[in-house]
Every structure is written in C-alpha cells, then in structure tokens.
Design a protein around this ligand. Sequence first.
Ligand SMILES: Cc1ncc(COP(=O)(O)O)c(C=O)c1O
Length: 289
Amino acid sequence: MAPKDIVYVNGAFVPRAEARVSVEDRGFVFGDGVYEVLRIINGRPFAARFHNERLRRSLEGIRISLAGKETPESLTEIGRHLLEENGLLQGEATMYMQVTRGAATRAHNFPPPEIQPTVYISVARFTPYSDLALNGASAITHPDLRWGRCDLKTLNLLPNILASQAAKERGTFEAMLIRDGVVTEGTKTNFFGVLDGTLRTHPCDDHILPGITRSILSELARELNVDLEETPIQASEIPLLSELFLSGTTTDVMPVVTLDNKPVGNGKPGEVTRKLQRVLAESLASGGD
Ligand SMILES: Cc1ncc(COP(=O)(O)O)c(C=O)c1O
C-alpha cells in the first residue's frame, strides 16, 4: 500500500495532491511569509522548543499574527498528528511549517485585519546525507546578495536559490556567502571554520539566520572545551582554514573539504569537525534539546 501523503492547510487535513491555496495568497504573490523546518526522529521533533521560538520571532519580525488560539506550539502539535497520519513515527522525517500573510487583492501594504494568515504544514521521509558526512562535501564562495534581515526565516529566498543553483552547477553542495569581505553563512546552512586551532563562526546578527544546529553546536563545543569565537571569518583568511564545516537541521555537521576547487586544510574532514559531528549525532539519537 502506498504511504499516505496528508498535509494540513488552513484547518483541514487533505491529501497533498488536493491541497489548495488561493492564487492571491501573499506567499505566492510576494513571498510574504515565514517558515520552519524541523528534524523528526522516531516521531519526535528535535529541538522543537527552539524552532517554535524562532518561528514566533520570525512572525513578529514581519508582523504576522497567528489566528485565534494558534501558536507555534499548536502548529507543531498539528505536525505531530501529521506524522501519525502519514506513518512516520519510526525513522527519520522532516516537518515543514509555513505561515503567510493570507490571501487578499494584491497590494504591497498589509491586507485588512480580517484576513487570516495561511498555515501550511507537511511532513516527509528524510534520509541523512551519510556519504557527504563521512567523506566531506565541496562548496563555492558566492556574493551574499540578501537583504538586511537574514535573521528572520522568511520565504524570500531568491538570493539563496540563485547561489544554491550556482553551487549545484559547479558540482558542489553549498555556496559560502561573502558580504563585505566576511563569510556570513550558507544558502541553507551556517558555516564554521578552524583557524589557528580556534573554531570560528559568524556572530548572531542581522546578517545570518540564528541556526538551531549552530546554537546546539556552540553549547556542545563549550562542553567539549573546544574554543569557539563568534568572530566572522574574513574572506582573506579562507586559505588559512585548517577545517571547515556546515551546520543545519538536515545537514547536521557536514565537513567541507574542497572550496572553490581547492582543498581545505589537508583535504580531509578535520578533528574538531569529527568531534562535533559525533556529539551532535549522539544528541540527535537521544532526542534531547
Ligand atoms: C540561511 C540559513 N542559514 C542557516 C540555516 C541552518 O539553520 P538550522 O540549523 O536551524 O537548520 C538555514 C536552515 O534552513 C538557513 O536557511
């Protein structure tokens, strides 16, 4: 029997193929909305509390209010129900939650207050990138052409999409974005590098998404007595990196062993990368946050 594929749209549980939103939805017309992606292990959303907090912050950041009694937590609960409905209580899955400013006649300013946000939630089977985690990935550098509020997880992902496609067309996994001479993050990941024995990553400000995995890794690094500095890596320091890795909800810790066709360090996943990869895997396996 084919697995069920039920999604949630505006109060209804429907087969994905029958799910509908209006052509006037502001998510469709303007990319006017926010989203979250959660990792699910054996039916349990990992670090749900942090994702809910970030969704709340993203909603406030673009001034969308959820309808009635809805909260990020209640949306995650709907997601849990979807996991059950779709037979995804065992193994790995992802949960996608999206909220837009709703459907209304096209106008740049906000719609009237009676217009309710559109809520869409779906779940899917997920297979981790085991080969790349083991052997390392390649990446390119690319200009960071995004706006000034990259800390909000909005649907406006065009610069990310174009940079990600550029990476793909060069046979690589990710684009390392560079703004004003510093490494900010990836198109869908945060970047960490080891320089002179110190782990470095961009601080949380308006130029990066405060990644949940980034934050969990910072805590794990502290517990392991790994020196971590939230000081951006300068583009000019890239040739000096002995290790480089990505972090993200679906990428975990992924070593980057080739950047712009040149080896990073000795061209193999480094020691700090491997340590953090191991402890994150343990944390995921224990379901803790
Ligand atoms: C631009 C960007 N940076 C970083 C991340 C990693 O964040 P998280 O660890 O919360 O998945 C993502 C995830 O989608 C992202 O889109």
